[in-house]
Design a binder for this molecule. Structure first.
Ligand code: PRX
Length: 566
C-alpha cells in the first residue's frame, strides 16, 4: 500500500495541517529544518539508523547514522558561530557531493544562516555572479576548488571566510581557514536557532535556461511541503534505501536529496560520480536501492546504452521510480517498464515552487507522456496568456499557473523584487511553461513559454516533436526549435544526437522524416534535421534550446554559466 492511498480521497480531505501534525508543528512554533532532519529523528529513537550511505567515485563507501549527522551538523554549526557568522548571512556550499556537503547544509540551517548551494563544477565567473548577487559571507569548499575562489576573491569584499574542508597540510592564505569535520571534537549539544515559519532557509539559483540566473529565496516552513510530497509522491517508507541522483547545486538535490528524505527519517544513498550507466546499475544493485528519483536526460542516456546492460544486474530491489526536470517522453516511460518492470513517475515543479506540484502518484494509472495531476493542496490550472483566466477547456493549451500560498513557495528573488512581482498575474503564479489539461484532469506539457515555436501564427511545442523523434530507434536525444523563415516567420528545425552504431546520412534524415510524418501535424514537421554529437545542456540536465535558437538566429547567446561543458 502506498503512503498516499487514494488520491481522490486525499483531495477531498486535504489540508496542509496533515503535514504539520505529522511533524508536530503548530502555527507560531519554532521550525528549523536542520533540527527536524537530524535531532528530531534521533529523539524519535532512530539515532542509530543510517541517514547517509556515501560512495565516492573510487567506490569507497562511508556510512553515517542519524546520530552522526546530528552531531556533525552541530559541529559545523558551532564552528560557524565561532567564526562570527550571523543568522540571515549567506553561507555558500561549493563542494562535490561529499558527505560534508549534506551535513554542513544542516549545520548552516541550525545557525539560522541561509544555505546557498552551488554546483562545484561552476567556473570562477559563474561562481562570482552568484556570490556577488547574494553578498555571501562565507564559502565552504574543497582544496581542489580553491583556485577558482582565490581568482575572484579580490572583487568579493563581503566574503569573509573561505572554509576548506580537506586542507590537510596545504598552506592557506588570507581569509582561508581549515575545518576537517572528522578531526574536530564532535559537538553533542547545540542551541539550534529558533527560526520560525518565514525565516529564510535556502537560496537557490535557477538553472538559467532562460535569461540571467535568479536566486529563489526559500523559508523554513518549506519543510511542510517537502516532507509530505517526499512521503506521498516518492512514497518513502521506513525501510527504503532511497537514491536521488541530483546534485544539490540544483533544487532537486536539496528538496529531495537532503530535506525530504531526512525529514522522513529515511536512509539515503549518494553516489559522488558522474553519469555512467554501468556504475549506476552497480550502485543500485550493491545498495539495494528501492526508490530512485532521476531525470529524463539520465533516463535517455540509459536508454542509449540499451536494455542488455540492464539485464546484467540484479535490480529487483527497485520499487518506485520518479523523474523530474524536463518533459518525460512516453517512450522513456515505456522503456523503463520494459527495463525495470516499473514505470518512471513524472513530477513537475521548479526551483521557485520548492516542492513537487504536479505528478503521477503511486497507484494512479499513468498516461505515458503526461505529467499527471496536482498534489492535493495545490490549485493548478492553465490560463489564457491574453487575460490570465483559466482556459477550462480540455486539450486547450495555456500557461501553467498555481494559486499562491503553498508552503514551499519561494518568498522572493534575491535582490530582484520586480522580477518576482512579474511572476504573478490575476491572482496566479505563472510558471512560464505551457501545457494542456485533458478531460481526466491530467496535465500534458507543451514547452517552456520561450521555447514555443510560432510557425505561420500556430504555436507548436517542442516536446511533441522531440517525443516523436525519440521514438525512432536511431535517435538518442533531440531538440526542436524555431528557425527564421520569410513566409511562416518560423519553421521547425530539429537537432538530433544518434545512438551508438548509427551514422548521420541523408538517407537516415529522410528515414527519420518519414517516420515522424505519420505522428506529427504538418505544422510540427521539421523542415530540417541537423545531426549533432550531443545537445547543449545545463548542469541539471536541461536541454538549452535557447542556445540552439540564438545560434540559428545569429543572436547573442546570453548567460551560459550553467552550461555543462565537460
Ligand atoms: O520548464 C519546466 C521544466 O523545468 C523547469 C523548472 O526548472 P528548475 O527550476 O531547474 O526545477 C526543476 C525541478 C525542480 C520548469 O519550469 N520541468 C521541470 N519538471 C518538468 C519540466 N518540464 C516538463 N516536465 C516535467 N516533469
Amino acid at each position: 500500500m502506498s503512503n498516499i492511498g487514494s488520491y481522490e480521497q486525499r483531495l477531498k480531505d486535504f489540508d496542509w495541517s496533515i503535514s504539520e501534525k505529522e511533524l508536530g508543528y503548530k502555527k507560531g512554533d519554532n521550525i528549523n529544518i536542520g533540527w527536524y532532519c537530524t535531532d528530531r529523528i534521533c529523539q524519535m529513537g532512530n539515532g542509530d539508523k543510517l541517514a547517509l550511505i556515501h560512495q565516492d567515485h573510487l567506490g569507497n563507501v562511508r556510512n553515517f547514522t542519524y546520530n552522526d549527522i546530528r552531531q556533525l551538523s552541530n559541529t559545523f554549526a558551532a564552528f560557524f558561530v565561532k567564526l562570527g557568522l550571523k543568522p540571515g548571512e549567506r553561507i555558500c556550499i561549493f563542494m562535490d557531493r561529499v558527505p560534508e556537503l549534506y551535513i554542513s547544509f544542516m549545520g548552516i540551517l541550525k545557525t539560522g544562516a541561509i544555505a546557498q548551494p552551488l554546483f562545484s563544477a561552476f567556473g570562477d565567473e559563474s561562481l562570482f555572479t552568484r556570490l556577488d548577487n547574494a553578498k555571501t559571507s562565507a564559502i565552504l569548499t574543497q582544496k581542489k576548488h580553491l583556485p577558482k575562489v582565490r581568482k575572484i576573491l579580490a572583487t568579493l569584499p563581503e566574503l569573509r571566510h573561505i572554509i576548506v574542508i580537506d586542507a590537510g597540510d596545504a598552506s592557506l592564505k588570507e581569509r582561508e581557514i581549515s575545518f576537517d569535520m572528522e578531526k574536530e571534537p564532535r559537538v553533542d549539544k547545540f542551541d539550534v536557532y529558533p527560526s520560525t515559519a518565514e525565516t529564510p532557509s535556502v537560496l537557490h539559483y535557477t538553472s538559467g535556461t532562460t535569461g540571467q540566473p535568479k536566486g529563489a529565496q526559500h523559508v523554513h516552513y518549506s519543510l511542510i511541503g517537502q516532507y509530505l510530497t517526499a512521503k506521498w509522491v516518492l512514497d518513502l517508507q521506513p525501510d527504503d534505501i532511497y537514491w536521488c541522483n541530483a546534485d544539490p547545486g540544483w533544487v532537486t538535490g536539496t528538496s529531495y536529496g537532503i530535506i525530504g528524505p531526512w525529514a522522513n527519517g529515511i536512509t539515503q544513498a549518494v553516489l559522488d560520480a558522474g553519469f555512467n550507466a554501468e556504475h549506476w546499475y552497480a550502485f543500485i544493485q550493491k545498495h539495494k536501492i528501492t526508490v530512485w528519483y532521476s531525470a529524463p536526460t539520465a533516463i535517455r542516456l540509459l536508454m542509449k546504452e540499451g536494455i542488455d546492460l540492464v539485464r546484467k544486474f540484479d535490480l529487483s530491489s527497485l520499487r518506485h521510480l520518479c523523474s523530474v526536470g524536463e518533459p518525460l517522453n512516453a517512450e522513456a516511460v515505456l522503456w523503463s517498464k520494459e527495463a525495470f518492470g516499473l514505470m518512471f513517475h513524472d513530477t513537475f515543479w521548479q526551483t521557485e515552487t520548492g516542492a513537487i506540484m504536479i505528478t503521477n502518484f503511486p497507484g494512479m494509472p499513468i498516461k505515458p507522456g503526461s505529467m499527471g495531476k496536482p498534489f492535493p493542496g495545490i490549485t493548478a490550472t492553465v490560463v489564457d496568456p491574453r487575460n490570465f483566466e483559466p482556459v477550462n477547456n480540455p486539450g486547450t493549451v495555456g500557461l501553467i499557473a498555481f494559486r499562491p500560498g503553498w508552503p514551499s513557495m519561494m518568498r522572493s528573488y534575491w535582490n530582484n523584487p520586480e522580477v518576482y512581482k512579474n511572476k504573478f498575474k490575476n491572482g496566479w503564479y505563472l510558471s512560464g511553461d505551457r501545457a494542456s489539461i485533458d478531460a481526466d484532469g491530467y496535465f500534458w506539457f507543451v514547452g517552456r513559454d520561450d521555447d514555443v515555436i510560432n510557425t505561420g501564427g500556430h504555436l507548436v511545442g517542442p516536446f511533441e516533436i522531440e517525443s516523436a523523434l525519440l521514438e525512432h530507434p536511431a535517435v538518442a536525444e533531440s531538440a526542436a526549435i524555431g528557425k527564421p523563415d520569410p513566409v511562416n516567420m518560423e519553421v521547425v528545425k530539429a537537432f538530433v544526437a544518434l545512438k551508438p552504431g548509427y551514422q548521420p546520412s541523408d538517407d537516415l534524415e529522410l528515414e527519420i522524416m518519414n517516420f515522424i510524418r505519420k505522428k506529427l501535424s504538418p505544422l510540427a514537421m521539421p523542415q530540417e534535421i541537423e545531426f549533432v554529437k550531443s545537445l547543449p545542456k545545463t548542469r541539471s540536465g536541461k536541454i538549452m534550446r535557447r542556445l540552439l535558437r540564438a545560434q540559428e538566429w545569429g543572436e547573442p547567446i546570453g548567460d551560459i554559466s550553467t552550461l555543462e561543458n565537460d
